[in-house]
Design a protein around this ligand. Structure first.
Ligand code: HEC
Ligand code: HEC
Length: 284
Protein backbone atom coordinates (compact mmCIF):
# COMPACT_ATOMS: atom_id res chain seq x y z
CA UNK A 1 0.00 0.00 0.00
CA UNK A 2 2.64 2.36 1.13
CA UNK A 3 4.92 1.37 -1.74
CA UNK A 4 2.10 1.98 -4.30
CA UNK A 5 1.55 5.44 -2.94
CA UNK A 6 5.18 6.35 -3.21
CA UNK A 7 5.34 5.08 -6.79
CA UNK A 8 2.20 7.00 -7.68
CA UNK A 9 3.58 10.18 -6.16
CA UNK A 10 6.88 9.75 -7.98
CA UNK A 11 5.09 9.21 -11.29
CA UNK A 12 3.04 12.35 -10.67
CA UNK A 13 6.20 14.35 -10.10
CA UNK A 14 7.77 13.01 -13.29
CA UNK A 15 4.70 14.02 -15.27
CA UNK A 16 4.79 17.56 -13.85
CA UNK A 17 8.50 17.92 -14.49
CA UNK A 18 8.18 16.80 -18.10
CA UNK A 19 5.21 19.13 -18.65
CA UNK A 20 7.28 22.02 -17.30
CA UNK A 21 10.10 20.91 -19.59
CA UNK A 22 7.79 20.93 -22.61
CA UNK A 23 6.50 24.40 -21.73
CA UNK A 24 10.09 25.68 -21.42
CA UNK A 25 10.93 24.09 -24.80
CA UNK A 26 7.98 25.93 -26.37
CA UNK A 27 9.12 29.25 -24.87
CA UNK A 28 12.68 28.74 -26.15
CA UNK A 29 11.39 27.69 -29.57
CA UNK A 30 9.27 30.85 -29.85
CA UNK A 31 12.16 33.04 -28.64
CA UNK A 32 14.62 31.48 -31.09
CA UNK A 33 12.14 31.95 -33.93
CA UNK A 34 11.75 35.64 -33.06
CA UNK A 35 15.43 36.34 -32.31
CA UNK A 36 16.72 34.67 -35.49
CA UNK A 37 13.86 36.00 -37.57
CA UNK A 38 11.61 39.02 -37.51
CA UNK A 39 13.10 40.64 -34.37
CA UNK A 40 16.68 40.37 -35.73
CA UNK A 41 18.49 41.85 -32.70
CA UNK A 42 21.61 40.56 -34.48
CA UNK A 43 21.23 43.01 -37.36
CA UNK A 44 22.67 45.49 -34.84
CA UNK A 45 24.24 43.33 -32.13
CA UNK A 46 26.22 40.89 -34.33
CA UNK A 47 29.41 42.28 -35.87
CA UNK A 48 29.46 42.40 -39.66
CA UNK A 49 32.25 41.67 -42.13
CA UNK A 50 33.32 43.88 -45.05
CA UNK A 51 30.60 42.24 -47.21
CA UNK A 52 27.94 43.43 -44.76
CA UNK A 53 27.18 39.86 -43.68
CA UNK A 54 27.02 38.90 -40.01
CA UNK A 55 30.29 37.30 -38.91
CA UNK A 56 29.63 33.58 -38.28
CA UNK A 57 30.43 32.47 -34.73
CA UNK A 58 30.11 36.03 -33.36
CA UNK A 59 26.31 36.07 -32.95
CA UNK A 60 25.19 38.87 -30.60
CA UNK A 61 28.78 39.63 -29.45
CA UNK A 62 28.34 43.36 -30.19
CA UNK A 63 30.85 45.91 -31.40
CA UNK A 64 28.98 47.25 -34.44
CA UNK A 65 29.59 51.00 -34.69
CA UNK A 66 26.77 53.25 -35.87
CA UNK A 67 28.44 56.56 -36.58
CA UNK A 68 26.19 59.57 -37.17
CA UNK A 69 26.69 63.32 -36.58
CA UNK A 70 24.60 63.11 -33.37
CA UNK A 71 26.16 59.99 -31.90
CA UNK A 72 28.68 57.22 -32.23
CA UNK A 73 26.75 54.23 -30.92
CA UNK A 74 28.48 50.92 -30.28
CA UNK A 75 26.27 47.86 -29.80
CA UNK A 76 26.99 45.98 -26.55
CA UNK A 77 27.68 42.28 -26.18
CA UNK A 78 24.31 40.66 -25.33
CA UNK A 79 25.54 37.05 -25.16
CA UNK A 80 25.41 35.24 -21.79
CA UNK A 81 29.14 35.84 -21.21
CA UNK A 82 29.95 36.35 -17.52
CA UNK A 83 32.43 39.22 -17.80
CA UNK A 84 31.55 41.05 -21.01
CA UNK A 85 27.93 40.01 -21.70
CA UNK A 86 24.64 40.11 -19.79
CA UNK A 87 24.85 36.79 -17.93
CA UNK A 88 24.55 38.51 -14.54
CA UNK A 89 21.31 40.34 -15.41
CA UNK A 90 18.01 38.82 -14.22
CA UNK A 91 15.24 38.04 -16.73
CA UNK A 92 13.29 41.08 -15.49
CA UNK A 93 16.33 43.33 -15.90
CA UNK A 94 16.84 42.17 -19.49
CA UNK A 95 13.15 42.70 -20.28
CA UNK A 96 13.30 46.22 -18.80
CA UNK A 97 16.37 46.97 -20.90
CA UNK A 98 14.63 45.83 -24.10
CA UNK A 99 11.21 47.41 -23.57
CA UNK A 100 12.01 50.43 -21.40
CA UNK A 101 15.61 51.18 -22.31
CA UNK A 102 16.83 51.11 -18.73
CA UNK A 103 19.87 49.16 -17.51
CA UNK A 104 20.02 47.57 -14.03
CA UNK A 105 22.17 50.54 -12.86
CA UNK A 106 19.38 52.92 -13.93
CA UNK A 107 21.23 54.39 -16.93
CA UNK A 108 19.34 54.95 -20.20
CA UNK A 109 20.05 52.97 -23.36
CA UNK A 110 20.47 55.36 -26.28
CA UNK A 111 19.45 55.18 -29.96
CA UNK A 112 19.29 53.53 -32.38
CA UNK A 113 18.11 50.70 -30.11
CA UNK A 114 14.39 50.96 -31.07
CA UNK A 115 12.97 51.09 -27.53
CA UNK A 116 9.83 53.09 -28.42
CA UNK A 117 8.71 50.26 -30.72
CA UNK A 118 9.79 47.50 -28.32
CA UNK A 119 7.35 48.88 -25.74
CA UNK A 120 4.67 46.94 -27.67
CA UNK A 121 6.45 43.60 -27.10
CA UNK A 122 4.17 41.25 -25.16
CA UNK A 123 5.28 39.82 -21.81
CA UNK A 124 5.34 36.30 -23.23
CA UNK A 125 7.40 37.25 -26.30
CA UNK A 126 9.81 39.27 -24.13
CA UNK A 127 10.28 36.23 -21.86
CA UNK A 128 10.76 34.01 -24.92
CA UNK A 129 13.46 36.31 -26.31
CA UNK A 130 15.25 36.30 -22.94
CA UNK A 131 15.19 32.47 -22.97
CA UNK A 132 16.75 32.51 -26.46
CA UNK A 133 19.39 35.05 -25.41
CA UNK A 134 20.31 32.86 -22.43
CA UNK A 135 20.57 29.81 -24.72
CA UNK A 136 22.92 31.59 -27.13
CA UNK A 137 26.66 30.93 -27.11
CA UNK A 138 28.58 33.04 -24.54
CA UNK A 139 31.28 35.05 -26.33
CA UNK A 140 33.90 37.14 -24.55
CA UNK A 141 34.06 40.50 -26.32
CA UNK A 142 34.52 43.79 -24.54
CA UNK A 143 33.25 46.72 -26.58
CA UNK A 144 33.85 50.44 -26.24
CA UNK A 145 31.14 52.77 -24.89
CA UNK A 146 28.79 54.80 -27.08
CA UNK A 147 29.19 58.58 -27.26
CA UNK A 148 26.03 60.71 -27.52
CA UNK A 149 26.25 64.34 -28.56
CA UNK A 150 22.50 64.74 -27.97
CA UNK A 151 20.78 64.47 -24.58
CA UNK A 152 19.13 61.09 -23.93
CA UNK A 153 15.54 61.13 -22.62
CA UNK A 154 15.10 60.48 -18.87
CA UNK A 155 12.79 57.59 -19.89
CA UNK A 156 10.96 56.27 -22.96
CA UNK A 157 7.57 56.50 -21.24
CA UNK A 158 5.87 55.61 -17.98
CA UNK A 159 6.84 52.23 -16.45
CA UNK A 160 5.24 49.39 -18.43
CA UNK A 161 2.75 47.11 -16.76
CA UNK A 162 1.47 43.90 -18.32
CA UNK A 163 1.63 43.78 -22.13
CA UNK A 164 -0.82 41.24 -23.54
CA UNK A 165 -0.32 39.08 -26.64
CA UNK A 166 -1.88 40.39 -29.87
CA UNK A 167 -4.32 37.82 -31.30
CA UNK A 168 -3.21 36.32 -34.63
CA UNK A 169 -6.78 36.02 -35.89
CA UNK A 170 -6.60 39.67 -36.93
CA UNK A 171 -3.81 39.79 -39.57
CA UNK A 172 -3.63 43.60 -39.71
CA UNK A 173 -3.28 43.96 -35.93
CA UNK A 174 -0.84 41.05 -35.71
CA UNK A 175 1.09 42.36 -38.72
CA UNK A 176 1.45 45.75 -37.01
CA UNK A 177 2.66 43.96 -33.88
CA UNK A 178 5.29 42.06 -35.88
CA UNK A 179 6.25 45.34 -37.56
CA UNK A 180 6.76 46.93 -34.13
CA UNK A 181 8.93 44.17 -32.69
CA UNK A 182 10.72 44.01 -36.07
CA UNK A 183 11.16 47.82 -35.87
CA UNK A 184 10.43 48.24 -39.62
CA UNK A 185 9.29 51.82 -39.12
CA UNK A 186 12.52 52.82 -37.34
CA UNK A 187 14.31 52.56 -40.68
CA UNK A 188 11.40 53.09 -43.08
CA UNK A 189 10.01 56.39 -41.73
CA UNK A 190 11.57 59.70 -42.82
CA UNK A 191 12.98 61.71 -39.95
CA UNK A 192 13.60 65.28 -38.92
CA UNK A 193 16.92 65.38 -36.99
CA UNK A 194 16.41 61.83 -35.72
CA UNK A 195 12.71 62.23 -34.86
CA UNK A 196 10.34 60.15 -37.02
CA UNK A 197 7.85 62.19 -39.09
CA UNK A 198 4.79 60.21 -38.05
CA UNK A 199 2.51 61.74 -40.69
CA UNK A 200 4.75 59.96 -43.23
CA UNK A 201 4.92 56.59 -41.43
CA UNK A 202 6.60 54.03 -43.68
CA UNK A 203 7.27 56.63 -46.37
CA UNK A 204 10.98 55.74 -46.58
CA UNK A 205 13.67 58.10 -47.75
CA UNK A 206 15.53 57.98 -44.46
CA UNK A 207 19.31 58.12 -44.96
CA UNK A 208 20.99 55.27 -43.08
CA UNK A 209 24.65 54.33 -42.70
CA UNK A 210 25.42 51.36 -44.99
CA UNK A 211 28.22 48.80 -45.17
CA UNK A 212 31.14 48.99 -45.56
CA UNK A 213 30.81 52.77 -45.59
CA UNK A 214 28.60 55.43 -47.14
CA UNK A 215 24.85 55.87 -46.92
CA UNK A 216 21.73 54.22 -48.26
CA UNK A 217 18.10 55.31 -48.24
CA UNK A 218 15.19 53.24 -46.99
CA UNK A 219 12.34 52.31 -49.34
CA UNK A 220 8.77 53.62 -49.26
CA UNK A 221 6.70 50.74 -47.85
CA UNK A 222 3.33 52.47 -48.18
CA UNK A 223 0.81 51.79 -50.96
CA UNK A 224 1.81 55.24 -52.27
CA UNK A 225 4.98 53.75 -53.81
CA UNK A 226 4.13 52.81 -57.42
CA UNK A 227 7.27 50.63 -57.69
CA UNK A 228 6.82 48.93 -54.33
CA UNK A 229 4.43 46.76 -52.35
CA UNK A 230 1.31 48.32 -53.95
CA UNK A 231 1.50 45.99 -56.96
CA UNK A 232 3.32 43.04 -55.47
CA UNK A 233 1.55 39.76 -54.81
CA UNK A 234 1.93 38.05 -51.44
CA UNK A 235 4.44 35.66 -53.01
CA UNK A 236 6.51 38.54 -54.42
CA UNK A 237 6.54 40.32 -51.05
CA UNK A 238 7.63 37.10 -49.28
CA UNK A 239 10.38 36.63 -51.82
CA UNK A 240 11.70 40.21 -51.38
CA UNK A 241 11.70 39.76 -47.59
CA UNK A 242 13.55 36.41 -47.70
CA UNK A 243 15.98 36.92 -50.59
CA UNK A 244 16.51 40.69 -50.69
CA UNK A 245 15.84 40.69 -54.43
CA UNK A 246 12.99 42.80 -55.81
CA UNK A 247 10.60 41.51 -58.50
CA UNK A 248 12.47 43.73 -61.02
CA UNK A 249 15.70 41.86 -60.15
CA UNK A 250 17.41 44.63 -58.18
CA UNK A 251 19.21 43.39 -55.05
CA UNK A 252 18.58 45.33 -51.83
CA UNK A 253 21.36 46.75 -49.68
CA UNK A 254 22.20 44.34 -46.86
CA UNK A 255 21.21 46.78 -44.10
CA UNK A 256 17.70 45.53 -44.80
CA UNK A 257 17.63 42.42 -42.59
CA UNK A 258 16.69 39.81 -45.23
CA UNK A 259 19.41 37.45 -43.94
CA UNK A 260 17.29 37.12 -40.80
CA UNK A 261 13.84 37.17 -42.43
CA UNK A 262 14.57 33.88 -44.27
CA UNK A 263 13.09 31.90 -41.39
CA UNK A 264 9.94 34.02 -40.90
CA UNK A 265 6.78 31.97 -41.58
CA UNK A 266 4.60 32.70 -44.60
CA UNK A 267 1.67 33.44 -42.26
CA UNK A 268 3.71 36.09 -40.44
CA UNK A 269 4.89 37.68 -43.71
CA UNK A 270 1.31 37.71 -45.01
CA UNK A 271 0.22 39.49 -41.81
CA UNK A 272 3.01 42.07 -42.28
CA UNK A 273 1.87 42.74 -45.84
CA UNK A 274 -1.78 43.01 -44.76
CA UNK A 275 -0.72 45.71 -42.27
CA UNK A 276 1.58 47.58 -44.72
CA UNK A 277 -1.33 47.77 -47.19
CA UNK A 278 -3.36 49.70 -44.59
CA UNK A 279 -0.72 52.45 -44.18
CA UNK A 280 -1.62 55.92 -45.40
CA UNK A 281 -0.17 56.19 -48.94
CA UNK A 282 2.88 58.47 -48.92
CA UNK A 283 4.32 59.89 -52.15
CA UNK A 284 8.09 59.99 -51.87
C1 HEC B 1 18.90 49.33 -34.47
C2 HEC B 1 19.95 48.70 -33.70
C3 HEC B 1 19.57 47.86 -32.51
C4 HEC B 1 18.65 46.84 -32.45
C5 HEC B 1 17.73 46.33 -33.56
C6 HEC B 1 18.70 46.31 -31.12
N1 HEC B 1 19.63 46.98 -30.38
FE1 HEC B 1 20.10 46.63 -28.44
N2 HEC B 1 21.33 48.24 -28.44
C7 HEC B 1 21.69 48.98 -29.55
C8 HEC B 1 22.67 49.98 -29.16
C9 HEC B 1 23.34 50.98 -30.07
C10 HEC B 1 22.86 49.83 -27.77
C11 HEC B 1 23.78 50.66 -26.87
C12 HEC B 1 23.18 52.01 -26.60
C13 HEC B 1 23.99 52.83 -25.62
O1 HEC B 1 25.23 52.71 -25.62
O2 HEC B 1 23.39 53.56 -24.83
C14 HEC B 1 22.00 48.73 -27.35
C15 HEC B 1 21.91 48.27 -26.05
C16 HEC B 1 21.28 47.09 -25.67
C17 HEC B 1 21.31 46.52 -24.35
C18 HEC B 1 22.06 47.08 -23.15
C19 HEC B 1 23.32 46.26 -22.95
C20 HEC B 1 24.38 46.88 -22.09
O3 HEC B 1 25.31 46.14 -21.72
O4 HEC B 1 24.35 48.08 -21.82
C21 HEC B 1 20.60 45.36 -24.38
C22 HEC B 1 20.35 44.37 -23.25
C23 HEC B 1 20.10 45.21 -25.73
N3 HEC B 1 20.53 46.27 -26.49
C24 HEC B 1 19.35 44.15 -26.17
C25 HEC B 1 18.76 44.08 -27.43
C26 HEC B 1 17.84 43.04 -27.83
C27 HEC B 1 17.46 41.84 -27.01
C28 HEC B 1 17.41 43.38 -29.10
C29 HEC B 1 16.36 42.69 -29.93
C30 HEC B 1 15.09 42.50 -29.27
C31 HEC B 1 18.09 44.60 -29.47
N4 HEC B 1 18.90 45.00 -28.44
C32 HEC B 1 17.94 45.24 -30.68
C33 HEC B 1 21.21 48.81 -30.83
C34 HEC B 1 20.19 47.93 -31.20
C1 HEC C 1 17.99 48.54 -40.32
C2 HEC C 1 17.06 49.24 -41.17
C3 HEC C 1 15.89 48.44 -41.74
C4 HEC C 1 14.96 47.71 -41.05
C5 HEC C 1 14.89 47.40 -39.58
C6 HEC C 1 14.01 47.24 -42.02
N1 HEC C 1 14.36 47.66 -43.27
FE1 HEC C 1 13.38 47.26 -45.00
N2 HEC C 1 14.80 48.26 -46.04
C7 HEC C 1 15.82 49.00 -45.50
C8 HEC C 1 16.54 49.69 -46.55
C9 HEC C 1 17.75 50.59 -46.38
C10 HEC C 1 15.89 49.33 -47.77
C11 HEC C 1 16.26 49.79 -49.17
C12 HEC C 1 17.39 48.96 -49.68
C13 HEC C 1 17.66 49.19 -51.12
O1 HEC C 1 16.85 49.82 -51.81
O2 HEC C 1 18.71 48.70 -51.56
C14 HEC C 1 14.81 48.43 -47.41
C15 HEC C 1 13.94 47.84 -48.32
C16 HEC C 1 12.80 47.14 -47.99
C17 HEC C 1 11.86 46.58 -48.94
C18 HEC C 1 11.93 46.70 -50.46
C19 HEC C 1 10.93 47.77 -50.85
C20 HEC C 1 11.07 48.31 -52.22
O3 HEC C 1 10.10 48.93 -52.69
O4 HEC C 1 12.15 48.15 -52.85
C21 HEC C 1 10.85 46.00 -48.21
C22 HEC C 1 9.60 45.30 -48.75
C23 HEC C 1 11.16 46.18 -46.82
N3 HEC C 1 12.36 46.86 -46.72
C24 HEC C 1 10.36 45.76 -45.78
C25 HEC C 1 10.72 45.82 -44.44
C26 HEC C 1 9.91 45.31 -43.36
C27 HEC C 1 8.52 44.71 -43.52
C28 HEC C 1 10.64 45.48 -42.22
C29 HEC C 1 10.30 45.07 -40.82
C30 HEC C 1 10.02 43.65 -40.63
C31 HEC C 1 11.88 46.12 -42.59
N4 HEC C 1 11.89 46.32 -43.94
C32 HEC C 1 12.89 46.47 -41.71
C33 HEC C 1 16.16 49.07 -44.17
C34 HEC C 1 15.50 48.43 -43.13
Amino acid sequence: MRWTRVTFFALGLTATASQAGQAADKVLERGTYLLNGIVACGNCHTPKGPDGKAVAGQELAGGTVIDLPVFRAVTPNITPDKETGIRAWTDEQIITAIREGKRPDGSIIGPPMPIALYRSMSDSDARAIVAALRASKPIANKVEKSVYRIPLPPAYGPPLGHVADVPRQNPVAYGKYLGDIGHCMECHTPDDKGRPILSKLGGGGRPLPAFPDGFTVSANLTPGNPDGIAHWSGAQFRSVMKTGVRPDGRALVRLMAFDWYKTVSDADLDALLAWLRTLKPVKN
